[in-house]
Design a protein around this ligand. Structure first.
Ligand code: 5GP
Length: 209
């Protein structure tokens, strides 16, 4: 394990419609070295999604096989589908000092945090919608979902919101630019942690010798 530059595991959660995907996409665009944890899911790909890019799309049988084989660092059922993070991906990020962004739900964040190794590297951010009314409007604007699906997502949202306090950082997405500045600030702050700066400091100290 690279002790000079431990990787940051940045887990971002929110109810759907709070703007998490937009914020994460922006962060990855600005910081190309920040890897994205591509999860495994049993959900069908949506239009434009590419296998291996947004998700690894697998059958329930394959998912269960991997799960029983101990290949997942965490797994959860979300909106009726299974999602999981491959343990290999997280181990390799931690070992090589690569930063990794996770778009996962609160159950996934809880499980990664209870892992005896990963918990030391994780930083968790929860994105809040400005209000439930606003969240409902955003979900309706997507227009892809039927009324009962929207109702279910709203009920789920309330349940997910109740977990905000398990996170180190909470960002209210009332304005996408302001929310992005906050997320970026959280990531930049992690990069300046002393655990990440030993290399730079030691170089200076050796310089004087
Ligand atoms: P979607 O199907 O809309 O892409 O994602 C649905 C939800 O599943 C989102 O809240 C997303 O954060 C969560 N999710 C995606 N990948 C994972 C994962 O690997 N583990 C867990 N626990 N949740 C995930």
């Amino acid at each position: 394990m690279s002790s000079d530059r431990p990787g940051i595991l940045l887990a971002v959660s929110s109810p759907s419609g709070a703007g998490k995907t937009t914020l994460c996409t922006r962060l990855r665009a600005e910081f190309p070295d920040l890897g994205f944890s591509v999860s495994y899911t049993t959900r069908a790909p949506r239009a434009g999604e590419v296998d291996g890019r947004e998700y690894h799309f697998v059958s329930t049988e394959r998912f269960d096989e991997m799960n029983y084989g101990g290949e997942f660092a965490e797994s959860a059922r979300v909106h009726g589908n299974m999602y999981a993070t491959a343990i290999k991906q997280v181990e390799s990020a931690v070992a090589t000092g690569r930063d990794l962004l996770f778009d996962i739900d609160f159950q996934g964040a809880q499980q990664l945090t209870s892992h005896h190794v990963f918990e030391r590297f994780i930083t968790r951010v929860f994105i809040l919608p400005p209000s439930l009314e606003e969240l409902e409007q955003r979900l309706r604007k997507r227009a892809t979902d039927a009324d009962e699906v929207i109702e279910r997502r709203l009920r789920m949202a309330r349940m997910e919101l109740a977990h905000y306090h398990e996170y180190e950082y909470v960002i209210v997405n009332d304005d996408i630019d302001r929310a992005y500045d906050a997320l970026r600030a959280v990531y930049l702050a992690q990069l300046q942690r002393v655990s990440r700066q030993h290399g730079a400091a030691r170089e200076l100290l050796l310089d004087g010798d």
